[in-house]
Design a protein around this ligand. Structure first.
Ligand code: ARG
Length: 456
């Protein structure tokens, strides 16, 4: 079959070479962006007198018909025409005749593909920002219901100090807030038009790049044609932002998985977000959370894959750059899917308040309160730490907790202890009193919820 670029060739590639070379199997996802880009380009060609008004209108009409068919899934692509750009050009020529061949005047697939990807990512980054917002809303709603639900806070996965469950959930809210701001900030660098850079050096035709940029909703144009066609930073940045977001989701999922184990029993996943075992009838597995944790791997993999493609690439366009697409599409699909599943999972999560509170009572996470108690009475904190450490050891020997230790034994350890020690040891009070800025105290958590609500 004759190639659209076949003029200087004596032979056509073997079928399997065509297949190896083609990107149409995956870049057909860019069809709408590709046609939008062409529509802007042809309008500009007519406006600048590079095509006649009639030629411009004929091409526009043809492109609109193709766009309609694309939306209805009626286009049939061929590996023979390599990629989305040549497939659409061929279809246009078939649709309106040889005049369709004028569309590619003063343009190259190199600026065309870059334009398509800028448009595609702009749309999806905006969608991802909204999906993050939805997840944040689910977290705030859940947090509001659990301001006074207390559970052990951990360091080293050892019980450390009790915290409010709302506070724990809100920690993820703020991570997501940073993710959201990174994605939003990146739009600045996505929203730049490479169109009109042509193959690498610009063009001799009197084009108007600012006009096409404006038609496509770009804020700026690339100021260097070599940079315009070879820049993939905006995709790396998207993948990097996605990786960090996925790491946050993965850490959260790891906690949810632990929490719904028999060992913790802090939460229960809704049946709609769990699966069973084909052999063990009793099982209810948190597969969705495990999948999100697992899928963080492919998103990070896509980032490393693209960085590796770019390393050592000379200017300007090289076919290696065709390898940027599958990872980008995969990252978009994965991130959008994970955010939606995660939101549903949080909305339907059942919280086992009793079990959380039971865990807080049967441990030593109130030991810091005791040391603080002595420190407030003037004992240097280091000495208070030592006194309480010894008391904890004593309790462990006896198989009891600090609340069970009689007052005489406290007094024996330090004359500063008085009857009010038991109030201080109450884990609920331990949380309630931590109202330093950003602390887990109920008052402070309510304040945090107000701030979170103001943002979303
Ligand atoms: N399919 C190509 C890609 O994805 C489009 C650009 C091709 N340019 C070229 N000079 N061969 O990168």
């Amino acid at each position: 079959m004759k190639k659209l670029w076949g003029g200087r060739f004596q032979k056509t590639p073997e079928a399997w070479v065509d297949e190896f070379n083609a990107s149409i199997t995956f870049d057909k996802q860019l069809v709408e962006e590709d046609i939008q880009g062409s529509l802007a380009h042809v309008k500009m060609l007519a406006k600048c007198g590079i095509l006649t008004k009639e030629e411009g209108e004929a091409i526009e009409k043809g492109l609109h018909r193709l766009l309609e068919k694309a939306k209805n899934g009626e286009l049939e692509y061929s590996v023979q025409y390599e990629d989305i750009h040549l497939n659409i050009e061929k279809m246009l020529i078939d649709e309106i005749g040889p005049i369709g061949g004028k569309l590619h005047t003063s343009r190259s697939r190199n600026d065309q593909v870059a334009t398509d990807m800028h448009l595609y990512l702009k749309k999806h980054v905006e969608a991802i920002v909204e999906l993050i917002r939805e997840l944040q809303k689910a977290l705030v709603n859940k947090a509001e219901q659990h301001i006074e639900t207390i559970l052990p806070g951990y360091t080293h996965l050892q019980r450390a100090q009790p915290v409010s469950f709302a506070h724990h959930l809100l920690a993820y809210f703020w991570m997501l807030e940073r993710d959201k701001s990174r994605f939003t900030e990146s739009l600045k660098r996505i929203n730049i038009s490479p169109l009109g850079a042509a193959a690498l050096a610009g063009t001799t035709f009197p084009i108007d790049r600012k006009y096409t940029a404006e038609l496509l909703g770009f804020d700026e144009v690339y100021l260097n044609s070599l940079d315009a066609v070879s820049d993939r930073d905006f995709i790396v940045e998207f993948m990097s932002n996605s990786s960090l977001l996925m790491i946050h989701l993965s850490r959260f999922c790891e906690e949810l998985i632990l929490w719904c184990s028999q060992e913790f029993q802090f939460v229960e996943m809704d049946d709609a977000y769990s699966t069973g075992s084909s052999i063990m009838p009793q099982k209810k597995n948190p597969d969705m959370a495990e999948l999100i944790r697992g899928k963080s791997g492919r998103v990070v993999g896509n980032l490393v894959g693209l960085l590796t493609v770019l390393k050592g690439l000379p200017l300007a366009y090289n076919k290696d750059l065709q390898e940027d697409k599958e990872g980008m599409f995969d990252t978009v699909k994965t991130v959008e899917g994970c955010l939606q599943i995660m939101t549903g999972m949080i909305e339907t999560l059942k919280v086992n308040k009793e079990q959380m509170e039971k865990s807080v009572k049967q441990d030593f996470s109130n030991a810091t309160e005791l040391a603080d108690y002595l420190a407030k009475k003037g004992l240097p904190f280091r000495e208070a730490h030592e006194v309480v450490g010894k008391l904890v050891y004593k309790c462990i020997q006896k198989g009891i907790y600090l609340l069970d230790l009689p007052l005489e034994e406290y007094k024996e350890a330090s004359s500063l202890f008085e009857n009010d020690v038991y109030e201080v040891l109450n884990p609920y009070e331990a949380v309630n009193k931590r109202n330093s800025l950003g602390g887990t105290g109920f008052k402070e958590v309510k304040e945090q919820i107000n701030k979170a609500k103001a943002i979303i």
